[in-house]
Design a binder for this molecule. Structure first.
Ligand SMILES: [Zn+2]
Ligand SMILES: [Zn+2]
Length: 208
């Protein structure tokens, strides 16, 4: 599995482009800088199998309409975040004002699902707390987790935004703590880390 990490937009969001031998990519959290995302797809000769959204916040979805216009593919998001992700409530001027709904089909994600796209299988782990429909994507064959704004290097996502819930975030972190300690973690902001390292440095993550 190949992983390209792009840091996009004013909030330095992590957008990840993931692909296997089939060269059909998963684009995770196309948050901004559509041209950079398209250039990365082109540079590797990829088309898009699916757009995966860890949650609905504008800094993770704002380039989706523009990127998917060039590389049409379904987008996948939890129903609780789909409700507001492409509406005026999600605008954040002056940083983000484009909340256009993408033209393509969508797929609703739920905890416990397993999907296969572009020859890669992954599990959807429901991780509400930072947002009501937050999810993480776990690729068991490679032991890789895309953790969105649930878990960062050394810390966790804030729970004081609309729909945030600290108690739910604690439960979500307990689920992530069950993954193999060697799991590589690619968060929604900041550098890559590993679960074993987070047990050591992250005060919010408890070993099961
Ligand atoms: Zn967020
Ligand atoms: Zn974010």
């Amino acid at each position: 599995m190949n992983i390209e990490c792009l840091t996009v937009g004013p909030f330095q969001s992590g957008c990840y482009i993931v692909w296997g031998p089939e060269r059909h990519a998963l684009v995770i959290d196309p948050g901004a800088d559509a041209q950079a995302i398209l250039a990365c797809l082109d540079a590797h000769g990829l088309d898009t199998a699916c757009y995966l959204l860890t949650h609905g916040h504008i800094d993770h979805v704002s380039a989706l309409a523009e990127v998917s216009a060039k590389h049409p593919a379904p987008y996948a998001i939890h129903a609780l975040d789909l409700k507001w992700a492409f509406g005026p409530l999600n605008r954040l001027p002056p940083y983000y004002s484009d909340t256009r709904r993408p033209a393509g089909a969508f797929r609703t994600l739920a905890d416990g699902q397993t999907w296969t796209d572009g020859g890669m299988s992954y599990a959807v782990i429901g991780t509400p707390g930072h947002s009501p429909g937050g999810v993480c994507f776990y690729f068991p064959a490679d032991r890789v987790l895309f953790s969105g704004d649930t878990l960062f290097q050394g810390t966790v996502g804030r729970t004081d935004l609309a729909g945030g819930d600290g108690r739910m975030l604690t439960q979500s972190l307990r689920k992530l703590a069950q993954l193999p300690p060697e799991t590589r973690i690619f968060p929604g902001h900041g550098p890559e880390t590993r679960l074993a390292e987070e047990f050591r440095i992250n005060p919010f993550l408890k070993r099961p």
